[in-house]
Design a protein around this ligand. Structure first.
Ligand code: ADP
Length: 466
């Protein structure tokens, strides 16, 4: 798991949890067995002791012999005691000298009619279970009997169980370790791939994409990284294109400015009228540059999101009227007849938007129609329902070829590039209009026919759709 710290962490957590579970389970099972064997042995020995006590109560020689044989046969040792604790009789393998388990207080307890149960360890470390009981004759406790049995068999069984549990535990641990290693690798692999992909994206390899293999959160994350890479790539490409366009757009008027300023400076004209026409070109180009810089600045602010709209209830009628009035003179010069048509018998609802920006949209479309209509007429219409108000502008201008239509809202896109200077646009007007309409939550549509005219429709929302 080199370099795979997340895999290590996942693995360590799973293994730690597993170790805790397996250890507590092993200890519990072992305890259960120990308790079971101890209880079983104690019960058996108590039964045997009761048996011996009953036989002792008969007190004849046969029963003593029988007890001796029985003790040997049962693999236990038997001690008879008087009330002062002295041993009267002893049978079995256990040495009579090792009787430290016989304690005074226990003997006294037995002589009050109770039984005792204790454990004894001999000098060689062997463990014994010891049971003591009273022996009665004619209702009087005359002596005590101690029966002791070695726990050797039980300890051997418990050792075997311990070994089985240990082997099973180690086996389970190894199996769990293998599975954990595998699972941790599988779980961490996509995360590592994402880490590498983001590192590549960060150093500019924006073509990097991740394969989306799952439909879970990890798959979603991979999808989000891919989307981010696509956005960054598009941003980088459009930015490069944008700067190329800007330098091109600025270079052209600057060439004109330099050229004509030089002509005037070196008096390379013959008449005063000629000089004035050159100065006029200089002025026109300066105005064009001014527009270009203003438009660029505006578009950049919109795209960076540093653009604030003042949203309020807006009446479109006076805004359209004012915009029409502003361009009337320009239209007349062409000559173009300008009409504003509106059914005044029905009231048009207020729209939710920024009045200044709405006027900018309308003015841009009006100026375009005037610019691309050599002569004829332009009709402006306003109508609406409870959801939206539509501004419509129809001209009888040159129209837009259908193959160019998908691109007219792109920055710096111009139809008829060779003639663009003649019309004097910046190529940014419709890009700004589109962006503004989007920001206001509206919609813009265009239909056109070359040589017949163009029609733009813009919907403004009556209420906010947020
Ligand atoms: P420009 O500043 O060059 O007018 P726009 O972004 O406003 O740039 O418009 C993009 C292109 O769409 C223009 O170059 C023009 O060819 C075309 N266009 C826009 N409006 C009209 C119209 N009303 N009639 C014909 N062509 C138009």
């Amino acid at each position: 798991m080199n370099n795979n710290r997340i895999g290590m962490k996942i693995g360590l957590i799973i293994i730690s949890v597993f170790l805790v579970v397996i250890l507590s389970l092993g200890i519990t099972i072992y305890q259960l067995f120990t308790n079971f064997y101890s209880k079983d042995m104690e019960t058996e020995l108590t039964d045997l002791t009761t048996h011996f006590a009953t036989m002792a109560e008969m007190s004849d020689k046969t029963s003593e012999d029988m007890m001796q044989t029985f003790a040997d046969f049962s693999n236990v040792s038997v001690f008879y005691l008087k009330s002062d604790g002295s041993i009267v009789m002893h049978s079995g393998e256990h040495l009579v000298t090792d009787h430290s388990f016989i304690k005074n207080e226990d003997v006294q307890k037995i002589f009050t009619g109770k039984s005792i149960s204790t454990e004894h360890h001999d000098p060689s470390g062997n463990r014994y279970v010891v049971i003591g009981q009273p022996i009665q004759r004619e209702g009087v406790i005359t002596s005590a009997i101690y029966v002791m049995a070695s726990t050797q068999h039980m300890d051997e069984s418990l050792t075997a169980i311990r070994q089985i549990l240990l082997v099973a535990g180690i086996g389970a641990f190894l199996l769990a370790f293998g599975i954990t290693w595998f699972v941790a690798k599988i779980l961490s692999r996509p995360l590592l791939q994402m880490q590498k992909a983001t590192q590549r994206i960060a150093v500019g390899e924006l073509e990097t994409r991740l394969e989306i293999r799952s439909k879970d959160e990890i798959g979603d994350l991979a999808g989000a990284i891919n989307d981010l890479a696509v956005d960054l790539q598009r941003y980088r490409d459009t930015r490069q294109e944008f700067f190329a366009n800007i330098s091109h757009e600025l270079r052209t008027p600057i060439t004109y400015l330099k050229g004509y300023a030089n002509v005037v400076k070196h008096k390379m004209y013959e008449t005063e009228e000629e000089k004035d026409s050159y100065l006029e070109i200089i002025e026109q180009e300066a105005v064009r540059m001014e527009h270009l810089v203003k438009d660029l600045f505006e578009l950049a602010r919109m795209e960076e999101g540093r653009f604030h709209l003042v949203m309020e209830q807006v009446d479109l009628e006076p805004i359209v009227e004012q915009a029409v009035r502003k361009v009337e003179l320009k239209a007349k010069e062409k000559p173009i007849e300008l009409f504003f048509e509106m059914d005044r018998s029905v009231s048009i609802p207020l729209v939710y938007g920024d009045g200044v920006r709405i006027e900018q949209i309308i003015l841009n479309l009006l100026e375009n129609s005037i610019r691309y209509t050599p002569e004829g007429e332009i009709r402006v219409k306003l109508y609406g329902n409870e959801d939206k108000v539509t501004f419509k502008i129809e001209d009888t201008g040159i129209g837009i070829p259908s193959e160019e239509l998908p691109y007219i809202f792109e920055r710096f896109y111009r139809v008829e590039k060779s003639r663009s200077r003649q019309f004097g646009g910046t190529g940014l007007g419709l890009a700004i209009v589109k962006k503004l309409v989007e920001l206001l939550g509206g919609d813009i549509r265009v239909s056109t026919e070359v040589g017949v005219g163009t029609e733009f429709e813009v919907d403004f929302l009556v209420i906010s759709n947020n």
